[in-house]
Design a protein around this ligand. Structure first.
Ligand code: PHE
Length: 473
């Protein structure tokens, strides 16, 4: 353990940083669409159960491993796994996964940045036109946007844990909460907004199929930033008096509250700004929702408040999403940064430079895989379809490896590190933990049904993604 490891300055700083990681595009866009299409209130109920009964123990285990070892995933698995080859591989996956996910998340964040610039320069009507998305992501401006986003991330990370990550979270997160509330109030006071609220909230239990249950859990797992090594790494920066159980609960509550509130913004906006819209058209992917559907919805607002104000609302929304994306991007890049610093002895600046170069190159390949360069656009094919370089990263790391990492973590904590050590760590900073119901539940769930559920999701994803078969129908 290095004596000079940097720490968050306060518990609230840590909670905001972890919440900053958790709150991202998934909450603001992915969750509302998922909930609206898959049974409204019924989906919310299942989602909440998953967050608190399945995801929360995993989150606490990640933070506990991090704090115990004061290391990122590679170092942590090595320290507690006794250097065995298999656990070292799990640790490596724990660093490779965030690195690759960062590449694809970077691309999305760059697009959002471009959307802000285009809206602010008075071109909302262009954004709302059908061809714009394809043109924008294939224009040379996108490289400029990428350099700016990379510079912002680099600026935050170079300043370190306390003065960079924590400070950014302390500024951006409260701003994000306020912006979200302002937008929700604005949207809910428009005509017809209640139709959207009921579409979002009224439970339709007959829509709940096994594959909806699967997607609720995947959404919850990803939304809480699990399986990416982030909470192990952030956990390594907290001090030993911090109550992990309570902090994890607060992060989960914040993340879920933001997702829920985003639903109260997106769906009423869809119904109220453009009453002709058929909600069944809500796209499947959050990518098409945010980049092609929502601009049309914002433009429709001009009939009541004028073009200028409608552009203002749109820009406000994209800036909100951008803040959420930046704090997530920072958290995910911190994992490989920490790896290079702790395991490879590099300085923070050198580590960042290495990652910006390698990750930047991969992000470049992903950016040009939407038509600019044929090789990356038609990179490979499986399950009956051509897949771009971007798709491959998404399918492999985001969809498939995440639940696998979660599964490995549960097995590692329960059967290698051992439950009593986890208890010991979680009891540090939390009086009365030993012997409590929480302790029994956490230890039991992590060693039994949580890994079984994650294994099910992993196998189903592999079957769907790579063989075109859905086990859950
Ligand atoms: N939790 C984030 C979201 O909901 C996901 C994420 C976190 C993605 C960190 C990348 C990095 O969007």
């Amino acid at each position: 353990m290095s004596a000079q490891r940097e720490h968050f300055s306060s518990r609230i700083g840590f909670i905001l940083a972890a919440a900053g990681s958790a709150v991202g595009i998934g909450n603001l866009v992915g969750f509302p669409v998922n909930a609206a299409k898959n049974g409204g209130g019924a989906f919310l109920l299942i989602y909440a159960i998953f967050v608190f009964l399945v995801c929360l123990p995993v989150m606490m285990a990640e933070m506990a491993i991090g704090r115990k070892t004061e290391k990122e995933p590679v170092g942590a698995y090595k320290a507690l796994g006794g250097g065995g080859m298999n656990w070292n591989i799990a640790g490596l996956l724990g660093v490779l996964t965030p690195f690759m996910i960062a590449v694809f998340y970077m691309v999305l964040t760059v697009w959002i940045f471009a959307y802000i610039a285009i809206t602010l320069s008075g071109n909302l009507s262009y954004l709302a036109s059908p061809a714009s998305f394809g043109e924008i992501i294939n224009s040379s401006y996108i490289f400029g946007a990428m350099i700016i986003v990379a510079a912002i991330v680099n600026f935050i990370l170079a300043a370190g844990v306390k003065d960079g990550i924590e400070k950014a979270a302390k500024t951006l997160m409260p701003t994000l909460f306020i912006m979200l509330v302002v937008l929700v109030i604005f949207v809910l006071t428009r005509d017809n907004a209640l139709a959207g609220v009921s579409f979002f909230l009224i439970p339709e239990f007959d829509k709940i199929t096994p594959s909806v249950v699967n997607s609720a859990l995947s959404q919850a797992f990803f939304s809480l930033s699990l399986g990416m090594g982030i909470l192990i790494t952030y956990g390594s920066y907290i001090n030993r008096s911090t109550d992990i159980v309570n902090s994890a609960k607060l992060v989960a509550i914040t993340d879920t509250a933001v997702a829920f509130t985003a639903g109260l913004m997106i769906l009423p906006a869809v119904f109220s700004f453009n009453p002709q819209v058929n909600p069944q058209e809500l796209s499947d992917s959050s990518v098409s929702l945010i980049f092609t559907f929502l601009p049309k919805i914002f433009l429709a607002l001009q009939t009541s408040i004028g073009y200028f104000a409608a552009s203002g609302v749109a820009a406000f929304f994209f800036i909100l999403v951008f803040f959420a994306a930046i704090t997530s991007l920072v958290s995910i890049i911190e994992v490989p940064v920490s790896y290079l610093v702790t395991e490879k002895g590099k300085t923070r600046k050198k580590a960042l430079a290495t990652l910006m170069m390698t990750g930047g190159l991969l992000a470049l390949f992903a950016t040009v895989s939407f038509g600019m360069v044929g090789f990356f656009t038609e990179f490979t094919s499986y399950a009956g379809g051509t897949r771009s370089f971007f798709d491959v990263i998404y399918d492999i790391f985001y969809d498939t490896i995440l639940p696998l990492n979660g599964l490995l973590l549960c097995l590692f904590v329960s059967y290698r590190w051992k439950k009593h050590n986890l208890s010991e760590e979680l009891a540090t900073g939390r009086e009365g933990y030993k012997g409590s119901f929480a302790e029994k539940y956490i230890n039991f769930s992590l060693s039994t049904f949580i890994p079984v559920i994650l294994l099910g999701i992993f196998l189903n994803t592999v079957a769907v993604k790579f063989f075109g078969i859905n086990i859950f129908g």
